[in-house]
Design a protein around this ligand. Structure first.
Ligand code: MSP
Length: 535
C-alpha cells in the first residue's frame, strides 16, 4: 500500500490581488507535493480562500458590491495565478462553499453539546485588520495591535467562547511528545513564552457586529469567528462530517497518513495553539507538522500593496518562464527563514544555476554524444576509473540525501544537493577531459564510459529537479532521448539505465540573461503598481 501524504497551504484572504508572497507559499507546497507524488506517495494537496470576515465585508462595501461578488472576482485572480505557476493542487476550497458551511456548523454545534463552548460577553481591544482581540497588556499604552501595529478599537459583544483551559495541558504534552510538530523548532518557544505561559484566555468564537460569516444555528445574530471558520477548511475539504467522507478517512483519520500544514510566520499562533485544541475537542488527531516558512521581504520591508513594492507574478513568469521563477523561490529563499527579494539576486541565481550550471551541462553532454557517438548514448558498462566511480557514488548519495532532506521539509537544501550533483558532473567533464580521450584511439572505452556516466547523471538530476522544473525536466528527457515509459522516479534513480538512446539536440534549456537589462525589467515591474497606487 502506498504511503499517504496530505499537504495544505493557508487559505488566503481574497482582500487584494495575489502577489509573489502568496505565490511563494503555494509554490513551495506544490514542489513538496510533486516530489512526494513522484516518489509514489498517495498525495493530496489543498489550497483555497478564506472568504469571510469584517475586512472582506468592508472591502466589498467600499467597492459597492456584495461580499460574495467581491470574493468571486478576487478568486478568479488566485486560480489564474495558480495556473500560471503550474500549481498541481487537488482541490480548491472556498469558505463560502456549502460543503464548508455544513462542516463548520456541525463542528460548532458539537462544541456547544460537549461543553467546549459557552455563551458569555466579550470586551476587549480589537484589531480589524488581524480580526483579533487583544488584552490591555498586549495593546500597551499606545493601543496598537501587537501583530500589525495598527490602532485597535474597544469593543463589547455577546459571544460564544471556546474553553481553552480544558486543553492546555494536552497541548503542551503534544509539543513535548512531538518536537517537530512546530517546525522549525525555534518557533515553539515563542508560542509557549508569549502566549501560553502568560495564561491563555478562552477564545471568543462568534461575532455579532457584522454578518459576513457562517451563521450560528443556535443563536441568531451570531456569525462564527473567521479563524474557527478558516482553520476548519483543512478537514471540511476532505469531507469531514459530510455524506462522502472517504478522503477524510484516507488522508486525516488514518494514522499512517502524514499531514503537513505550511504557513507563514504571521499565523503560527492560530495553527499551533487553537487548531490543535479544536481538533482535541473533536477527538481528532493533529497534523504531524505545522511548517512555518519565513516572509519574503523587499529592501524596504514586507511586500505590501500600500508600499508599492509588490511583484506581480504573471509578467515575471512571462519573461523568465515558470520553471525559472519556481526555481528561484525554492533555492534563493531558505525554506523556514525570512528571505529578501532583489532583482539582482533573482537574475544572478538564474544565470549561475540554470544557464551556466544545468543548461551548460546538458548542452555540452548532448553535443559530445553527437560528435563522438553519432548521437547514441553508449551502453552503461559500470565504472572504468575513479572519476566514473566518484560520479556514480555522488549520484547515488544525492538521491538518498534528496529523499531524507525533502521528507524533513528541508526543501532548499534538498534541491541544493541536486545542484551539487550537477556541479559534480560539470567538474567530471573537466577532469575526464573527453576531448583528449577522443584523440587517442586506445581510450575509446573510457570515452564511451564518460558519455554514459554523464547521460545517466543528467537523467538522475533531471528527475530529481522535476518537481520544480515542471516543463524543462521534460525537455531534458527529450534531449536525452528518454522514452516515455522510462520517465519515472524508479527508473531514473537506478543509475546506469540509459544506454542506446538517441540524443536530440534542442534549444538552450535556460538562455543566459543579460543582467543589466533584466534587472531593469524587474525594477520597472515593481514600479508599475506604485504609480497605480498613487493615482
Ligand atoms: N486567511 C489567513 C489564513 C487562514 S489559514 C486557515 C491569512 N491569509 S493571508 O492571505 O493574509 O496570508 C496567508 C499566507 O500568505 C501567509 O501565512 C503566508 O504563507 C503567505 N504570504 C503572504 N504574504 C507573504 C510574503 N510577503 N512572504 C511570504 N509569504 C507571504 O493569513
Amino acid at each position: 500500500m502506498s504511503k499517504k501524504f496530505y499537504i495544505t497551504t493557508p487559505i488566503y484572504y481574497p482582500s487584494a490581488s495575489p502577489h509573489l508572497g502568496h505565490a511563494y507559499c503555494t509554490t513551495m507546497c506544490d514542489i513538496i507535493a510533486r516530489g512526494k507524488r513522484m516518489r509514489g506517495f498517495e498525495t493530496y494537496f489543498l489550497t483555497g480562500l478564506d472568504e469571510h470576515g469584517e475586512k472582506i465585508q468592508e472591502n466589498a462595501e467600499a467597492k459597492g458590491v456584495t461580499p460574495q461578488e467581491f470574493v468571486d472576482e478576487v478568486a478568479v485572480k488566485f486560480t489564474s495565478l495558480w495556473k500560471t505557476m503550474g500549481i498541481s493542487n487537488d482541490d480548491f476550497i472556498r469558505t463560502t462553499q456549502p460543503r464548508h458551511y455544513e462542516t463548520v456548523k456541525k463542528i460548532f454545534s458539537s462544541f456547544i453539546k460537549n461543553d467546549d463552548a459557552y455563551l458569555g460577553a466579550y470586551k476587549g481591544w480589537y484589531c480589524v485588520h488581524e480580526e483579533s482581540y487583544w488584552t490591555e497588556t498586549q495593546v500597551g499604552p499606545e493601543h496598537v495591535c501587537p501583530e500589525c501595529g495598527r490602532p485597535v478599537v474597544e469593543k463589547e459583544e455577546p459571544s460564544y467562547f471556546f474553553r481553552c483551559g480544558k486543553y492546555v495541558d494536552e497541548l503542551l504534552k503534544l509539543y513535548d511528545e512531538n518536537p517537530t510538530f512546530i517546525t522549525p523548532e525555534g518557533r515553539k518557544a515563542e508560542m509557549v513564552n508569549n502566549f501560553i505561559k502568560p495564561g491563555l484566555n478562552d477564545l471568543c468564537i462568534t461575532r455579532t457586529t457584522f454578518d459576513w460569516g457562517i451563521p450560528v444555528k443556535e443563536a441568531e445574530g451570531h456569525v462564527i469567528y473567521v479563524w474557527l471558520d478558516a482553520l476548519t477548511n483543512y478537514i471540511s475539504a476532505l469531507g469531514y462530517l459530510q455524506e462522502d467522507d472517504s478522503k477524510f478517512q484516507k488522508f486525516w483519520n488514518d494514522p499512517e497518513s502524514e499531514i503537513v500544514h505550511v504557513i507563514g510566520a504571521d499565523i503560527t499562533r492560530f495553527h499551533t495553539i487553537y487548531w490543535p485544541m479544536f481538533l482535541k475537542a473533536l477527538n481528532l488527531r493533529e497534523p504531524n507538522r505545522v511548517f512555518v516558512h519565513g516572509l519574503m521581504m523587499m529592501k524596504d520591508g514586507k511586500m505590501s500593496k500600500s508600499k508599492g513594492n509588490v511583484i506581480p507574478v504573471p509578467p515575471l513568469v512571462d519573461r523568465f518562464g515558470v520553471d525559472a521563477v519556481r526555481y528561484y523561490l525554492a533555492r534563493e529563499i531558505i525554506f523556514g527563514q525570512d528571505g529578501q527579494f532583489t532583482p539582482e539576486q533573482f537574475v544572478e541565481r538564474l544565470n549561475a544555476d540554470l544557464a551556466n550550471n544545468l543548461g551548460n551541462l546538458l548542452n555540452r553532454s548532448v553535443s559530445m554524444i553527437n560528435k563522438y557517438f553519432d548521437g547514441v548514448i553508449p551502453e552503461y558498462k559500470g565504472e572504468l576509473n575513479d572519476l566514473d566511480k566518484n560520479l556514480k557514488e555522488t549520484a547515488e548519495k544525492t538521491i538518498k540525501a534528496y529523499e531524507v532532506l525533502s521528507d524533513d521539509l528541508k526543501v532548499t537544501e534538498s534541491y541544493g544537493a541536486v545542484m551539487d550533483l550537477v556541479s559534480a558532473a560539470n567538474k567530471y567533464i573537466e577532469e575526464s577531459a573527453p576531448w583528449a580521450l577522443a584523440k587517442d584511439p586506445s581510450k575509446a572505452e573510457e570515452l564511451a564510459s564518460c558519455m554514459s556516466h554523464l547521460a545517466n547523471a543528467i537523467f538522475v538530476a533531471g528527475m530529481l529537479l522535476s518537481p520544480i522544473l515542471v516543463t524543462k525536466s521534460e525537455k531534458i528527457f527529450d534531449q536525452l532521448g528518454v522514452d516515455a515509459s522510462m520517465r519515472n522516479y524508479e527508473t531514473a534513480t537506478k543509475f546506469g539505465v540509459l544506454g542506446g538512446q538517441k540524443v536530440v539536440k534542442g534549444d538552450q534549456l535556460f538562455p543566459r540573461l543579460d543582467v543589466e537589462a533584466e534587472v531593469q525589467f524587474i525594477k520597472d515591474l515593481m514600479a508599475a503598481p506604485k504609480e497605480k497606487a498613487a493615482a
